[in-house]
Design a binder for this molecule. Structure first.
Ligand code: FES
Ligand code: FES
Length: 393
């Protein structure tokens, strides 16, 4: 039995379509999501995601299984075959050929599940009775075809191969079938698994338009030299960022770090690489680039520019500008939510820098929370509405 915290990553080594594969996933990630989101094998479709429709059917150690009902960590050491392993466009498996020639698909959404389920049936029972086929194939739901042609396609293959259906035709080929998730355009890839390989990784920040740009301005009551002493000290600076921690210090201003963020009940743990690319004592400026991935929600690359400026009466203005490029589910959370959570996080960060400059420990770095942000957002919108109604600035 494997025990780990809900937001920790588990390394899963298994075989997919005859090739060794490794994913680093949170314990809640299903086999279907690991195949689709981490290995790019999107032929495994998801319909109901709770074991009813059969669209996600794959083979695990030779038996059909619902990939939406298995956790990825449960298949450690197993052999998994997906529809991509059955054949290639130029070398289709007989079942794939038969589905085509019998017009056994319309939209095709159920077809991967039908093929894998039919293969499982014909390997378990070489010559099933044709009258039993409708019931034997009923574990995968099709909303288009009326099933007649699906049954005909499978019956045809059973007749053509009385000694047993041939095995998968695309297992054990050396090259992967699909690219992994990318940030930005061509050549700007973020490998969702590279972040956990142990050593420093090259950081590639996309050049396109960021998903969000956050600017936070504050004025601290501490003098510039004290604020700068915090900003130039990377461990002290990291301690000021809510939910952030340094995991490894590789030297030469390169780090591996972890960042925890709460979005309602969902806790995300981003693990990735950070590099200080500029530290200028004259202009009191620090520039940081980083990239990190959460096992279930996607990846983010960031450029953070931090500038401190002396003000009158021994005070210091602090400006943080963060450009965030996101990919995966996190990019779908909505710019408003991402902006608000990030703004809250950088707001806490600025307060912690000031506290550290005073010689106090940063406030306990609570992970940024969407619930807290929702309240802040509601308060700010109510205030704005009040100003609008009363004509006050
Ligand atoms: S998606 Fe797995 S059974 Fe429906
Ligand atoms: S072909 Fe469309 S759901 Fe089966």
């Amino acid at each position: 039995m494997v025990r780990c915290a809900a937001d920790e990553l588990i390394k899963v080594d298994f075989t997919v379509n005859g090739r060794p594969a490794t994913v680093h996933v949170a314990p809640r990630v299903t086999l279907a999501d690991a195949l689709r989101d981490h290995l790019g094998l999107t032929g495994t479709h998801l319909g109901c995601e709770h074991g009813v429709c059969g669209l996600c059917t794959v083979l695990v150690d030779g038996d059909a299984a619902r990939a939406c009902l298995l956790l990825a960590c449960q298949v450690d050491g197993s052999e998994v075959v997906t529809v991509e392993g059955m054949g290639t466009p130029s070398d289709l498996h007989p079942l794939q050929q038969s589905f085509g020639s019998h017009h056994a698909l319309q939209c095709g959404f159920c077809t991967p599940g039908q093929i894998m389920s039919a293969y499982d049936l014909l390997t378990a029972e070489e010559q099933p009775a044709e009258e039993d086929l409708p019931e034997q194939l009923s574990g995968v739901l099709c909303r288009c075809t009326g099933y007649r042609n699906i049954v005909d396609a499978v019956a045809d293959v059973a007749r053509a191969y009385p000694g047993g259906v041939p095995g998968p035709r695309n297992c054990g080929q050396p090259e992967p079938t699909l690219p992994r998730a990318t940030l930005g355009g061509a050549g700007e890839q973020v490998d969702l698994e590279r972040v956990d390989t142990g050593g420093p990784a090259e950081i590639a920040v996309p050049s396109g338009e960021p998903t969000a740009v956050i600017t936070v301005d504050t004025v601290a009551d501490e003098p510039i030299n004290r604020i700068w002493a915090v900003i130039e000290d990377t461990p002290a600076l990291t301690a000021c960022l809510p939910g952030a921690e340094i995991v490894s210090d590789f030297g030469d201003d390169q780090y591996k770090g972890r960042m925890r963020v709460s979005l309602g009940p969902v806790r995300l743990a981003f693990l990735g690489d950070v590099r200080i690319v500029e530290r200028d004592e004259q202009t009191h400026r620090v520039k940081v680039i980083g990239q990190a991935a959460d096992a279930s929600s996607g990846a983010v690359a960031a450029v953070v520019d931090l500038v401190a400026e002396p003000q009158a009466e021994g005070r210091t203005a602090l400006r943080a500008v963060a450009e965030l490029h996101m990919v995966g589910r996190i990019a779908q959370f909505g710019r408003g939510l991402v902006n608000d959570v990030s703004r809250d996080m950088f707001g806490q960060f600025a307060g912690n820098v000031e506290a550290s400059a005073r010689g106090e420990a940063p406030t306990e770095a609570a992970p940024a929370s969407a619930c807290a942000m929702a309240m802040t957002l509601i308060r700010s919108r109510v205030k704005a509405l009040g100003r609008l109604l009363t004509g006050r600035k």
